[in-house]
Design a protein around this ligand. Structure first.
Ligand SMILES: Cc1cc2nc3c(=O)[nH]c(=O)nc-3n(C[C@H](O)[C@H](O)[C@H](O)COP(=O)(O)OP(=O)(O)OC[C@H]3O[C@@H](n4cnc5c(N)ncnc54)[C@H](O)[C@@H]3O)c2cc1C
Length: 414
């Protein structure tokens, strides 16, 4: 019997698995496809304490309603009577108030900042070559008003120990000839970083296997064998896996598995898209967020990616050409892009969006040997090192160096 069976081999499952095997536990990851085949593959790879403020800022609902009238807007909610989605949307709307906003920002900042500090030593310790660069991130603005609103958050970010610098149009254009004249200002977050996410996940997988972990691939978790308050084994397409403890880290699919245990996990898939090209000359070498269009631009030594959009359309698979075009059009509004040619990959993935925008990490109260590590939304890569340490501390009974209370699944009666 394994000490821990982890459901899901994404960035959260693998990083947690690695921390647990390093603590001497026998760990198995059950993965329906190949490790990293979910949201952890084609995301933008930015590591962003800058994103500590959640989406639930008061005023956001009017903005969101305006966006929903446009088919190519960065936010899309598919109309329809999906009760789980409606319940989640109303739940999210309830968190749009200053008290919850500040609480979520503090909880997110704690995980983000601790992760950011751990990235470089962790990548070095495990020999993971993932194109990690500490260049910061730059938000670009075309609208003076939006830029001013962002500047108004400087004090909030500074209170969270996140450094931000405002850059004038002159400063930007003097240093970045590839910007279009429409760009009126920027905000630089020097503490942010980037890496190539698919390489990071592949590195975590290798380090986990080298450290003695096991991965059972192409194995669908279908349900659970239980007695009283205990999960005896995980029922899979390839048989049953008995486990002393179970870690639910199945990203956006986590609520489907939680439902098998009679639990309502308030997580919805937030679909996003990306387009990737090979090594591309003439693109900015600092990651960018093109604010009004919500497009993220990342250029590594060996590739270039445009990504983003947030679509709440349930578990509807596949690419949406309108949204892919919107990424390209959005980028071209801010940047004089070189001819890009055919992309090497067009991709979509589901972010595990928790209803209060705070990850769900910790033990279940209902099932004595179930633990959660999910709901990381737009920030799973950025939060993975600290999530893994928190999970390992909780499993081994060490005192966590991060207050676990804000992430506690008990807030949702799980
Ligand atoms: C367009 C886009 C851009 C993004 N950019 C960034 C960024 O710049 N920085 C950042 O930090 N984050 C970013 N994110 C968010 C990030 O990708 C996610 O938060 C993160 O990948 C979630 O990791 P996870 O391990 O929880 O889920 P996943 O990576 O989705 O892993 C879950 C795994 O569980 C497996 N699974 C599910 N159900 C079962 C089952 N029944 N049986 C067996 N296995 C199962 C899946 O196959 C999958 O491999 C972005 C996301 C998107 C979509």
């Amino acid at each position: 019997m394994d000490d821990v069976v982890i459901l899901g081999g994404g960035v959260i499952g693998l990083a947690s698995g690695l921390a647990l095997v390093r603590d001497g536990l026998q760990v198995r990851v059950l993965e329906r496809g190949e490790p990293g085949c979910g949201a952890s593959h084609g995301n933008c790879g930015t590591i962003t304490p800058s994103h500590a403020p959640p989406l639930t800022m008061p005023g956001v609902l009017w903005h969101a309603l305006g966006w929903m009238l446009r088919r190519d807007a960065p936010l899309y909610v598919r109309p329809g009577l999906d009760m789980e989605r409606l319940r989640w949307l109303f739940g999210l709307a309830r968190h749009v108030n200053w008290r919850d906003f500040h609480a979520a920002a503090a909880a997110r900042a704690a995980l983000l900042i601790q992760s950011r500090e751990r990235f470089a030593p962790m990548l070095q310790e495990f020999g993971i070559e993932a194109g990690f660069e500490e260049r910061g991130i730059l938000f670009l603005f075309k609208d003076q008003q939006v830029w001013k609103q962002e500047q108004a958050h400087t004090a909030l970010l500074n209170d969270l120990s996140i450094v931000v610098e405002s850059l004038s149009s002159e400063q930007l254009h003097a240093n970045m000839p590839g910007l279009r004249s429409e760009v009126v200002g920027g905000m630089k977050y020097p503490g942010d970083a980037m890496l190539r996410p698919e390489r990071y996940v592949a590195g975590l997988e290798q380090a986990f296997l080298r450290s003695g972990g096991e991965i059972t691939r192409e194995t669908d978790v279908l349900g659970f064998c239980t007695s009283a308050q205990h999960i005896d084994s995980v029922h899979c397409s390839r048989g049953n896996y008995p486990a002393k403890r179970v870690l639910l880290a199945a990203g956006a699919w986590s609520p489907l598995l939680a439902r098998q245990l009679g639990l309502r996990l308030p997580v919805q898939p937030g679909k996003g898209y990306s387009i990737t090209w090979g090594k591309t000359a003439g693109v900015p070498d600092i990651p960018l967020v093109l604010k009004e269009r919500s497009v993220c631009v990342t250029a590594w030594a060996d590739g270039f990616r445009l990504g983003s959009t947030m679509e709440f359309s349930g578990f509807r698979e596949g690419l949406n050409r309108t949204r892919l075009h919107a990424l390209r059009r959005g980028a071209a509004e801010y940047l004089k892009l070189p001819p890009l040619g055919a992309p090497s990959e067009e991709w979509w993935g589901w972010r595990p969006m928790s209803v209060d925008e705070v990850p769900i990490i910790g033990p279940s109260r209902r099932w004595e040997n179930l633990h959660f590590a999910t709901g990381h939304g737009m920030l799973g890569v950025s939060m993975s090192p600290a999530t893994a340490v928190l999970v390992a501390n909780q499993f081994t009974g060490r005192t966590p160096d991060l207050d676990p209370t804000p992430y506690d699944p008990a807030r949702f009666n799980l």
